[in-house]
Design a protein around this ligand. Structure first.
Ligand code: SF4
Ligand code: SF4
Length: 384
């Protein structure tokens, strides 16, 4: 496992962090975490060198902290830096901070949280809650009481507003989104690192999109022996010198093992050839964004019965590696042959053009229908 220093905290952290937002779930109920398996996987990650674990008050219906706390028993607590988040909707008065923090320590069954982040901070939330209730002073008191060690925030706000939050000078760590498909925070990561803040990343796999099996020509960009782009996604973020740790929500043993192997390689940054592939992957995904169907359905009904909205969805699924290329083909085949897939396939289109006049996104529907038909009946690959 490779390690980096978390800004001015001086803490040595693994470049791969265990995110406890996507723990394994029981087959019988998607809402219920398979606790035994979750604990086993978290410990497997720690045994493999991970020393940064991330959770939040609300993850998994507020159960994530409890499960992580169980995973950290039997000597595992001492091996990690524990990060969780302050759930601001619970803050009505400054004293609510203490109540909430005590509840979280209790749920986690620990005496101290190493890194305590304001969850989902926006500049507006900072002004309305953090500043107004003087939460930074409460955080200082919590530090003096030994209940937390470092204070920071997670945010999906604009880079400009994140910069303003950094400039308040009260935070030591930030958690922001960054991946090869969303590079908006590139500059802010650099800025935070220059200011001495530790930079933790969420979403290195673009919300799981890079973990899905790619379709069509995108398959040519895969690393040998892999079925997804996770290796390139992680290497992309680790190639940014401002990044300290990338969180990954690992819900299976395979993911834990694959990610540990990657983070333990001697070279975790992209080489020139991989860099080129990463750029092509980003361009490929942009093509999907360029399809631009919002699934509003205004294009329907079609007098010929063409299932336009569904077909557009299958096109986006196929091109954007929504995972199951074969599944998209099967669904397309089912159109007109199964009650869940009513209507006609794209080859029923007589090119009257009515749907295109109704589409608010001005999508060239006729062209896209033809492309989808070719793609999903195995005749061609998608080209913009
Ligand atoms: S162009 Fe094709 S899909 Fe669109 S309304 Fe006419 S027949 Fe239907
Ligand atoms: S009207 Fe356009 S954006 Fe809406 S579902 Fe149809 S193709 Fe998609």
């Amino acid at each position: 496992m490779q390690y980096r220093i978390l800004g001015d905290t001086g803490l040595k952290v693994s470049i791969l962090g265990y995110g406890c937002m996507r723990l394994p779930i029981k087959d019988s109920s998607k809402a219920v975490v398979d606790e035994r398996e979750a604990i086993r996987l978290i410990r497997m990650g720690i045994d493999g060198g991970i020393n940064y674990v991330d959770t939040a008050y609300r993850y998994h219906g507020s159960r994530s902290e409890v499960i992580l706390g169980k995973a950290l028993k039997d000597g595992y607590r001492e091996k990690v830096l524990l990060e969780t988040k302050l759930y601001t909707p619970k803050l009505r008065t400054a004293n609510d901070f203490d109540t909430l923090l005590d509840e979280q320590l209790n749920k986690l069954a620990v005496d101290c949280i190493d890194i305590y982040l304001v969850h989902g901070m926006s500049y507006k939330r900072y002004k309305n809650i953090i500043e107004k209730l003087n939460i930074s002073e409460k955080a200082q008191e919590a530090k003096q009481a030994g209940k937390i060690k470092h204070f920071g925030f997670s945010s999906h706000d604009s880079p400009e507003n994140i910069r303003k939050l950094i400039d308040t000078g009260i935070f030591e760590v930030i958690l922001v989104q960054y991946n090869l498909l969303h590079k908006d925070n590139d500059e802010i990561i650099k800025y935070a690192a220059e200011k001495g803040l530790g930079v933790v990343l969420m979403g290195p796999n673009a919300g799981g999109r890079l973990g899905l099996e790619p379709a069509g020509k995108m398959r040519d960009l895969l690393t040998k022996g892999r079925n997804d782009f996770i290796d390139l996604g992680l290497k992309f973020v680790w190639s940014n010198p401002g990044v300290t740790v990338a969180l990954s929500g690992m819900g299976s043993e395979e993911m834990v093992k694959d990610n540990l192997a990657l983070a333990s390689q001697e070279e975790v940054q992209l080489n020139a050839e991989e860099q080129q592939r990463v750029e092509k992957i980003a361009q490929g995904y942009k093509a999907i964004a360029d399809i631009g169907c919002t699934q509003c359905g205004y294009c329907e009904p079609c007098d010929e019965g063409v299932s336009i909205k569904l077909i557009m969805d299958l096109l986006m699924i196929s091109v954007c590696c929504a995972g199951d290329w074969e599944d998209a083909k099967a669904k397309y085949k089912a159109i007109g042959n199964h009650k869940n897939y009513p209507g006609e396939k794209a080859d029923a289109c007589i090119e009257c053009g009515v749907c295109e006049t109704r589409c608010p996104e001005e999508i060239p529907i006729i062209t896209r229908l033809k492309q989808t038909h070719d793609l999903l009946t195995g005749l061609d690959s998608y080209n913009t």
